[in-house]
Design a protein around this ligand. Structure first.
Ligand SMILES: *Cc1c(COP(=O)(O)O)cnc(C)c1O
Length: 396
């Protein structure tokens, strides 16, 4: 492994130099007003990235998983009914966490490679006349399979059923990468972490609560202390935390939001889409296919690439690491050994993406797969020349 190469795992992502510097801070007194000058702009920045004006943002020293725990323990009570789908490792883990908290999860099983089944959810919600389902869980970007689900469609399903359940969205690998609209889609809790779209080191759980989710906090009985948002809100009101805040990471979050907003969220999304399309063109040129079963499900954050049957995809990942010092993602859970993943989220350029595509080709050729060197690179180059360069040359 060499730190000179970009990583192509779907998180943690590459950290831009400016963010590495931003998180590297001398100790400050976190009870002094200086801290408020870091905290509040960071929270405001996250609200813009989530596209919420009504919501409240809470940031914990944790990771995305702690964000899930924040969502469920602050709003639910043991035995409460939750509706979810299992279509990959991350949705599976969220369901598992709910079950370990004594929640009653109605799981709609989906093939790995499929998205959240909004139509099936609508049927179930319509049939739930007593409104026993308290929460609908949706994983926006299933990082294990490279599947993007339609959250607006899940909201429409809730509305069509006239159902008051809260909508919780795992946006850990979509937020700050592609289109996410907390208020417009009626997302009640949005969950993410620092180490994916925000391009920071791991260490922060970032959650947005809608007013409706805030109201649920008052009646929820699941035990919570560290993740109690009421303590956190009290801390924020006094420019502090209920415990010691990770000041450097919060400073980084503030700067990361500025970077994203300076680039422009729509430009960030367009960049992710363009880079992802290049990777997908390469996959097509290799004669391989994605785990995601339909183009409307293709993720702009990560591509999970199916390898020929009887070939162990983990070999690609270990060979890339051992021979070229490049990290790709392994397959997880049901698709372990069947796919390898190219993460293309966060701080990435077309040029960086080309290096990953070129490396994947060398690795597959080394391992005896029928790959013509340069085929995927050329397909991606064509795409990048036509899309980015055209736009940016015109702007220059
Ligand atoms: C990475 C990821 C998580 C887990 O986040 P951690 O920060 O590792 O706890 C959850 N959901 C999705 C979709 C992810 O990509």
């Amino acid at each position: 492994m060499t730190s000179q190469n970009p990583v192509f795992i779907p998180g943690p992502t590459n950290i831009p130099e400016v963010l590495r510097k931003a998180v590297d801070m001398p100790t400050i007194d976190h009870r002094s007003p200086v801290f408020g000058k870091i905290l509040h702009p960071a929270l405001e920045g996250v609200k813009k990235v989530l596209k919420t004006t009504d919501g409240q943002v809470f940031v914990f020293p944790s990771t995305g998983t702690g964000g899930w725990e924040t969502a469920i323990t602050n709003t639910l009570s043991a035995g409460d009914k939750v509706l979810a789908t299992r279509n990959g490792m991350f949705s599976h883990r969220w369901i598992d966490m709910c079950q370990r908290h004594g929640l009653d999860v109605q799981v709609v099983a989906q093939e790995w490679g499929e998205g959240v089944p909004a139509d099936k959810f609508e049927e179930i919600l319509t049939a739930d006349r007593n409104h026993e389902i308290k929460v609908v869980l949706a994983t926006h970007n299933e990082t294990a399979t490279g599947v993007r689900s339609d959250i607006a469609a899940v909201r429409r399903a809730l509305n069509a059923a006239g159902h008051p359940a809260l909508l919780f969205v795992d946006g850990v690998s979509s937020i700050a990468c592609y289109d996410f609209r907390m208020d417009e889609w009626g997302v009640d809790i949005a969950v993410t972490g620092s180490q994916k779209g925000f391009m920071l080191p791991p260490g922060l759980a970032i959650v947005g609560f809608s007013p409706k989710a805030m109201a649920a906090v008052e009646t929820a009985k699941l035990p919570r202390t560290f993740f109690d948002i009421r303590d956190m809100a009290k801390g924020y009101a006094a420019n502090g935390f209920p415990y010691t805040p990770p000041v450097g990471l919060l400073n980084g979050l503030n700067v990361a939001c500025d970077m994203l907003l300076d680039e422009g969220l729509e430009n960030v999304f367009a960049r992710h889409h363009r880079i992802a399309e290049g990777v997908r063109k390469a996959v097509g040129a290799w004669g391989l296919s994605l785990c995601a079963v339909r183009p409307d499900l293709y993720s702009d954050s990560v591509s999970a690439i199916r390898v020929p049957e009887c070939f162990d995809a983990n070999k690609i990942v270990s060979h890339a690491l051992n021979n070229y010092g490049v990290a790709f993602g392994t397959g997880l859970g049901d698709v372990a050994g069947k796919v390898f993943r190219i993460g293309h989220l966060g701080s990435l350029t077309d040029v960086m993406a080309l290096s990953g595509i070129a490396t994947a080709e060398m690795v597959m050729a080394d391992l005896g797969l029928p790959i013509t060197l340069g085929s995927g690179v050329a397909a991606a180059q064509e795409h990048y020349r036509q899309s980015v360069a055209g736009a940016e040359r015109a702007a220059a």
